[in-house]
Design a protein around this ligand. Structure first.
Ligand code: CP
Ligand code: NVA
Length: 321
């Protein structure tokens, strides 16, 4: 995501180089770039320690809690030979203590790359617009692109290719679902979403994925029936019913989503070798049962591990390494 040329010229710091790139949502990378990232990820997974980020500093801005995103980015930067710092709302509080624009312009003078987890997607877009260094979206209300790339990489790693496979997403049409729609449609995977009435993915994101899918051979179906979505699926995916920021709705949502649990019965509709995925953190006994989470079909901890490897590839790409 880049600011208009006029803004860029006015605000450009004297020593900044050519146009920088950000990763705020999946369409920031082309299909070919995603496949290249997967190749790089495989290489980084085999050869974890490199010095590509020697003398580089990365800042992680978190407006919400995180285990995987925070630790995997921090360890990833360390494995690449760089320095990383995590900045909580108590320290930076972008958009509250000072404007996002001022924070972006200031942080760009110290850091080489920024990762931000925000409530409002427009905040990470603004950070990318005014920052002179690459900005990575570490989750917003609308998207979770690093998660979706790690998930699809996991399928690619286990199946050799993802084209033509079917991912069934059962649950809330949320940020993770949106990024999965963008990633599957870019790579020619089919996706079926089963969500209760009123909780389907956002219409504009769905439409864009369907249009892109026509060029890659991907089809997208939205239904209210989890069994219809799960039928013969290669991947069964779920996420929490109430995302961060929706805690007050958790009780109401638990009733609405009751039928949308990934359990042994639903697994029976999918392929025998179906991969069960969850971005984590999981609420065992709600959106997924213990037995499924711990079953041989579950690849949830492989997904979590792959966050580390995929994000290293993303950071290296954005810094031209
Ligand atoms: N999946 C994921 O992003 O986990 P965290 O919220 O713990 O970072
Ligand atoms: N949809 C969840 C994902 C957590 C990684 C949330 O936004 O809280």
């Amino acid at each position: 995501m880049s600011a208009s040329n006029a803004e860029r010229i006015d605000l450009r710091i004297p020593h900044s180089g050519g146009p920088k790139r950000d990763f705020v949502s999946i369409p920031d990378f082309s299909r070919e770039e995603i496949l290249d990232l997967f190749r790089k990820t495989e290489e980084l997974k085999k050869n974890r320690f490199q010095d590509a980020f020697k003398n580089k500093a990365v800042g992680l801005i978190f407006q919400k809690p995180s285990l995987r995103t925070r630790v995997s980015f921090q360890v990833g930067v360390w494995q690449l030979g760089g320095q990383c710092m995590s900045l909580s709302p108590a320290e930076v509080n972008i958009g509250v203590r000072e404007s996002i624009k001022d924070a972006a312009l200031t942080l760009s003078r110290y850091l080489d790359l920024i990762v931000a987890r925000v409530f409002k997607h427009k905040d990470v877009v603004e950070l990318a617009q005014y920052g002179h260094v690459p900005v990575i979206n570490g989750l917003s209300d609308l998207y979770h692109p690093c998660q979706a790339l790690a998930d699809i990489f996991t399928v690619h790693e286990k199946r050799g290719s993802v084209k033509g496979l079917t991912l069934a997403y059962v649950g809330d049409g949320n940020n993770v679902c949106h990024s999965l729609l963008q990633a599957t449609s870019a790579l020619g995977m089919h996706m079926r979403v089963a969500a209760p009435k009123g909780y389907a993915p956002q219409k504009d994101i769905l439409k864009d994925a369907q249009v892109l899918g026509r060029t890659t051979g991907s089809t997208i179906v939205v239904t209210q029936d989890p069994k219809e979505a799960a039928r013969a699926a290669d991947v069964l995916y779920t996420d929490v019913w109430a995302s961060m920021g929706q805690e007050k709705e958790a009780g109401r949502r638990a009733k609405i989503f009751k039928k949308y649990q990934i359990n042994k019965e639903l697994l029976g509709y999918a392929r025998k070798d179906v991969m069960v995925m969850h971005c984590l953190p999981a609420h065992r006994g709600s959106e997924i049962t213990d037995d499924v989470m711990d079953s041989p079909n579950s690849v949830v901890f492989d997904e979590a591990e792959n966050r580390l490897h995929v994000q290293k590839a993303i950071m290296m790409k954005l810094l031209g390494k």
